[in-house]
Design a protein around this ligand. Sequence first.
Ligand code: PLP
Length: 387
Amino acid sequence: MNVIYVDNNATTQVSPEVLEEMLPYFNEFYGNPSSMHSFGGTVEHKIAEARARIASLLGASAEEIIFTSCGTESDSTAIRAAILSNSDKKHILTSRVEHPAVKNHYEYLSKNGYRVTFVPVDRKGRLDLDYLYKNLSDDTALVSIMWANNESGVIFPIEEISKVVREKGIVFHTDAVQAVGKIPIDLKTMDVDMLSISGHKLHGPKGVGALYVRRGTKYTPFMIGGHQEKGRRGGTENVASLIGLGKAAELAAAHLSDNNNPVKQLRDKLESEILKRVPNTIINGDRNNRLPNTTSIAFEYVEGESILLMMDEFGICASSGSACTSGSLEPSHVLRAMGVPFTAAHGSIRFSLSKYNTEQEIDFIIEKLPPIIERLRELSPFWKNIK
Ligand code: PLP
């Protein structure tokens, strides 16, 4: 059975070009980039190229890029750097819809001496900017707001927020794990101090990430150890993977320059056909301001997990909007923060496409999904009541 993979916000296929570029660095050029000999020097040279490629995708300079082990480490490093470098300040702010990599770190800090503000979102997943700005104070050490949400795909106005935050002299970090490689980003024109990336979300390998730290930003390392990354992140480099991330960044840059975005066209087709064919279906999130590859669709009065299982029989891989908490399925914190009604949140499915999806695959989903929903609704007591 063919796999139809539309779960690219969870992880992506490593591009063949990325894999090809990585392979020699396992058993051919396996030197340590810190070694004095030229065998290690070759590797160091290649790492410099990877760093420059990532910098170029972001509109940054190479010295502003620090390699890490994943998006989560990048987020943790940024949060720690900001609070340790501003240790006299005890207030931090974020949104209610962050990935656990930021959300859980903030919750941990709320139990360890910090006053934390979680900014709400509206029904369309848009941030309450007035609330955000009203809560900034002289005591605020850090504002961390994601660039784009992993579930709804909603994009936040990072340019505006970073400007306001910078004017108040507060450090601004953005978790751009879902945005990088999907939408253009140019940090040259922005007031972002730190930005997180993860390799496996843009057709690079898992277990590698990067953190952009604007030149001049006060910084304290999270991984304290050797002199790697100019002392900003200790530990021998995951050489092959960071070379892979560099290649993925280069490929993403080329792909982003295509204005006639084929991924968006396929996403729009999937979304509009499903809305047309399946009654009581709602799009979660601001349709005018989303990642081009993402749609979160709520099928009222059915269980998302049942939809996933039935799609899985056809090889269709997507995600639901629920998380398993203490043995029961709860709508995710993102859908709850958006106020999606219980009957819709439970039946929410996220489809996230990539450049590797084809029109035939989308047509296949459009053909198979409506009868699945119909069958499940026939079994639903709630559906019978509203019909
Ligand atoms: N931030 C966001 C928005 C994400 O979607 C993810 C992964 O799903 C992460 C952070 C964590 O990245 P990693 O899996 O590389 O730790």
